[in-house]
Design a binder for this molecule. Structure first.
Ligand SMILES: NC(=O)c1ccc[n+]([C@@H]2O[C@H](COP(=O)([O-])OP(=O)(O)OC[C@H]3O[C@@H](n4cnc5c(N)ncnc54)[C@H](OP(=O)(O)O)[C@@H]3O)[C@@H](O)[C@H]2O)c1
Length: 301
């Protein structure tokens, strides 16, 4: 829960100003953490009707930030996915402006999809990326563009993101999900609290000169989707969804859904948690889902 995260976090030094490019699910959460800690934050969204839209940036409609948006900015986090052509929307439009700032830190939220399929074994940052899906190849191109940008960037690779309002609890409540049975298949996950907490921890460590260029931010326990849904059903006291073998479920899956099931890997968080010393708030899906339920109940009351 954000309140707990705030208690265990330290703000950025006074005078810091954070610009979040793409204040969606993860971006808004990080913004909320940093504002609660007293730091100045600006968030972009594509549409000024969306909550938390301090500034409008939309690369598809060429709505680009004015020069004034960058005044005093010291830290930048980009949460914007690649364009359909595989270009990075922020770098394409704003790289020159960003390079003129005296930035202390830049972060880019990427995905662990760049590792491709490891047949269920652990993947770590030093492994050569072997993206299979076109979207993961586009993502790797953006990572490379950020690495070559000359900006003080760290790449944060994320597996499946969940959190309050976006978790297996919603899938169970929809009454439409199935327990897909594919023996041996696991997925790694990360709770949005830990994306925010780990990002801040990474910034603090970088300020002490400890700044690996690529860092996985994942929880301790890759697990099957089925187990996560079963636990969500238990928490909600709803009967289990029907079980379906993968071969049958695959026949009606969208190409996008199917592509996730084509890759099997366990994402190592050793660099983040052992080397850089980050302590996960939600080390596994059980703790994380319990938090989502608590937060959902809190929001309803
Ligand atoms: N969802 C997952 O499980 C997952 C897993 C691994 C990595 N990731 C990646 O991690 C990052 C953060 O994930 P998230 O789930 O927090 O993302 P999200 O909620 O979808 O937020 C993405 C943000 O990017 C903005 N955006 C998208 N296209 C844009 C464009 N052409 N021009 C300007 N802004 C644009 C969106 O604008 P609006 O606010 O106006 O919508 C939004 O603020 C994303 O890059 C995502 O692809 C996601």
């Amino acid at each position: 829960m954000l309140k707990e995260l705030v208690k265990r976090s330290r703000p950025l030094p006074s005078g810091s100003k954070l610009l979040i490019m793409g204040g969606g699910f993860s971006g808004q959460h990080f913004a909320a953490l940093m504002r609660s800690l007293g730091n100045e934050v600006l968030c972009t969204r594509r549409d000024n009707q969306k909550p938390g839209a301090d500034l409008i940036f939309n690369s598809s409609t060429n709505q680009i930030l004015p020069e004034t948006a960058f005044e005093g900015v010291t830290h930048v986090l980009s949460c914007i996915p690649p364009s359909p052509k595989g270009e990075d929307p922020v770098l394409i439009h704003l790289q020159n402006q960003l390079k003129q700032l005296k930035l202390k830190w830049v972060g880019y939220l990427s995905t662990t999809g760049v590792y491709g399929d490891s047949g269920g074994s652990w993947v770590k940052e030093s492994d050569t990326p072997k993206p299979q899906q076109e979207r993961s190849k586009r993502r790797l191109s953006c990572e490379i563009a950020w690495q070559l940008s000359g900006l003080p960037v760290q790449i944060i690779r994320l597996p499946g993101i969940y959190g309050p309002g976006r978790s297996a609890l919603e899938s169970i409540k929809s009454g439409k999900c199935k327990l897909i049975d594919k023996p041996g298949q696991v997925f790694s996950r990360i709770h949005v609290d830990d994306i925010a907490g780990a990002t801040l921890h990474i910034i603090h460590q970088a300020s002490k000169g400890w700044s690996p260029q690529i860092i996985n931010v994942a929880d301790d326990k890759p697990i099957s989707n089925k187990d996560v849904l079963l636990y969500a059903a238990k928490l909600l006291a709803i009967s289990n969804p029907p079980l379906q073998p993968f071969k049958i479920a695959a026949k009606t899956m969208s190409p996008m859904a199917l592509s996730f099931w084509e890759e099997n890997r366990r994402v190592s968080n050793e660099l983040l948690c052992q080397t850089l010393g980050y302590k996960l708030m939600h080390p596994d899906f059980k703790v994380g889902l319990e938090d989502c339920l608590l937060q959902d109940n809190f929001n309803q009351n």
